[in-house]
Design a protein. Sequence first.
Length: 379
Amino acid sequence: MSLIPRGLRKNKSNGGRPEVNGGNGRKRINLALQGGGAHGAFTWGVLDELLNDSRIEIEGMSGTSAGAVNAVMVADGLARGGPEEARKRLADFWRAASRDGDLSKLNRAISDRLFSLVPIVTAPFQPFIDAWSRTLSPYDTNPLNINPLRDLIVRFVDFDAVKKSGMPLFIAATNVHTGRLRVFPCDKIDADAVLASAALPHVFRAVEIDGEPYWDGGYTANPPIYPFFRTTQTEDVLVVQINPVVRTQTPHSAQEIMNRINEITFNSSLVAEYRAIEFVRRLIDDGALKRGTGPGEYRRINVHRIDLGFIGRKLTASSRLNTDFDFFEMLHRAGRRAGRRFLDQHFDDIGVRSTIDLREEMRAEREEQMPAGVDRLTK
């Protein structure tokens, strides 16, 4: 499993494309990991499957919120012991983070109050909790600014080892003052950066870094893809997407409406990156842009996606707060199955083509936005 970034080498025999295969015939891939609270246990399962497949070489990773937590756990494990250690690190973290885990009594009390660690859908006090969270801020409810996630991250991650590994690793957070995205590269990542990436405004105080306050990165990049363009050899990005883009039913209740608004908001930046990637791909294919890694050259990114699929239709925004370990294990098993399906169906496509039809997705988007007949002028 590659830990040290290599120089971007051109291969003149394949049109300037970077080499995609790692040592021993492995295929390199970058991972972009979405946030989504407890649903991040699905990503744990996907990562577990990828790390268990010796044909896959993880070259770079990016993450937001729960995706950032998963990313640093993998980076730490790879730096200190390789794929098996990364798998163990993930399993130990999710066990410790669960309701059955070993947080201190004080941290568990704070965590229970902040997250209401019960199956929210059936909680009899849910209306009270909703009203309470809208009335009081974390500055009111957590005057000591205790964040149980900090203890877990510090316990499991040696950030010095991660930085020394040199892996292209990127974590997203949102600047509260400017509303702009900040992407922390590997050499700037510490516990505060991870906490900032996961700092939901209604739950945690803003995390101050270099004199600036930061909230959850999902508002501006969920997850960021563009940092890979100039830092890794492979042009393949696998997005582990745990926020559903499409819902087939119209929300009616106030809670359903708010949940859907949050899903749309937390996917908007990713959809924008898909749009930009497809635009550049079209220009490269039309000969308007030169493909490569040098000045004035552009990467033709292959995008792959693993999502929650069928199980995602059964989950709700409230289940993101369910930290029972049985729930985590169920999502982990689903993630492993999804990872195995992807590898069985698309391993040969890595380094060759996208397995998401971005052109079709963008065409559908244009057809929704344009009057009849206008879209044919832009194809």
